[in-house]
Design a protein around this ligand. Structure first.
Ligand SMILES: *[C@@H]1O[C@H](CO)[C@@H](O)[C@H](O)[C@H]1NC(C)=O
Length: 313
């Protein structure tokens, strides 16, 4: 660090500065998507709570995933919305650390929770006779708790470590929230070692759950293909198709963001993929789970019919 530069205490987001005229439009679009996502996930949670036939491990994890996604998107989007309206788009360094911590811990917890959900499908399809034994309520709780704990523990080490870096100069973040890499780039020391460490953590903690998910699905497909009747195969597959879609969307965008080679990374592609996994993917999950899932669809119909009957009488 050169001695004559003072440390900065605030960062400025310059992500949308090239789109100045579009900011009110973006505000409305992102606000609608945000309300849709929070509302959709909230409806899923309530629907599962009031439907006893959905009190199974798979839907326990789905409630937890929906809850997690509501927190995840809330750690980023409301502040981004405010920044689309106001002139000074700044955040204190401490606030930036908190946002990065919450966001990355929840993101990592989501990776692990998706792996736990894959394990649930694996046991249900490959060991149906032992399902109730292997996936008892205590096991589900422990798997969910382990997912949240992994995110919290890993980021409790990684984020304070990142904020030991000295940040000086103008502190302009080429992004719309405090993601790891755009902030690390602002340090006024050589950060190549830090970048390698961040990359290593991403590989280890994003790829390990991904690997478990792939292994589960290899076994699941092996088992499904051996089911003699076409109807049986379709039924078994339909219980995991929503999960496959959600996993592909989440990991597709996460891998693209955190593991792409630096040579093709520009602030523009970074922002576009970040928008995909922060704004679009969480909005799609409730859609996927309600439209593709017969049990959820039927529960939804029952609840709405019950209420409309009550309104008529
Ligand atoms: C999700 O799981 C965690 C860990 O078991 C728990 O603390 C949290 O309350 C759960 N959230 C919901 C909405 O079920």
């Amino acid at each position: 660090m050169s001695g004559n530069q003072s440390l900065c205490t605030r960062f400025t987001f310059v992500a949308f500065s090239s789109l100045a005229g579009l900011q009110p439009v973006l505000f409305v679009v992102f606000l609608l998507i945000y309300l849709f996502t929070v509302g959709g996930n909230f409806i899923i949670i309530c629907l599962i709570w009031v439907t006893p036939s959905l009190h199974t491990p798979m839907y326990f994890f789905l409630v937890n995933l929906s809850f997690l996604e509501m927190c995840y998107i809330t750690s980023v989007v409301p502040q981004m919305l405010v920044h689309l309206l106001v002139e000074t788009k700044t955040i204190s360094v401490g606030g930036c650390a908190v946002q990065m911590y919450v966001f990355t811990a929840l993101g990592l917890a989501e990776c692990c929770l998706l792996a736990a959900m894959a394990y649930d499908r694996f046991v249900a399809i490959c060991y149906p006779l032992h399902y109730t034994l292997l996936m008892g309520p205590h096991v589900c709780l422990k798997l969910a708790a382990a997912s949240w704990t992994t995110g919290v523990v890993v980021e409790s080490v990684q984020i304070p470590w990142i904020f030991t870096l000295p940040f000086c100069g103008t502190g302009k973040i080429q992004h719309f929230f405090c993601d790891i890499m755009p902030v690390v780039k602002l340090a006024c020391v050589d950060t190549s070692y830090n970048e390698i460490m961040v990359f290593a953590v991403s590989v280890l903690f994003i790829m390990s759950p991904c690997f478990l998910i792939l292994c589960s699905y290899v076994r699941i497909f092996g088992t499904i293909l051996r089911i003699p009747s076409a109807a049986g195969r379709r039924k078994a597959f339909s219980t995991c198709s929503s999960h496959i879609l959600v996993v592909s969307l989440f990991y597709g965008t996460a891998l693209f963001t955190y593991l792409q080679p630096k040579t093709v990374q520009t602030p523009e592609t970074d922002k576009a993929t970040a928008l995909a996994y922060i704004v679009v993917t969480p909005a799609l999950n409730p859609v996927i789970y309600t439209l593709r899932n017969k049990e959820v669809k039927e529960a939804f119909k029952r609840v709405t019919q019950r209420n409309s009957l009550r309104l008529m009488t």
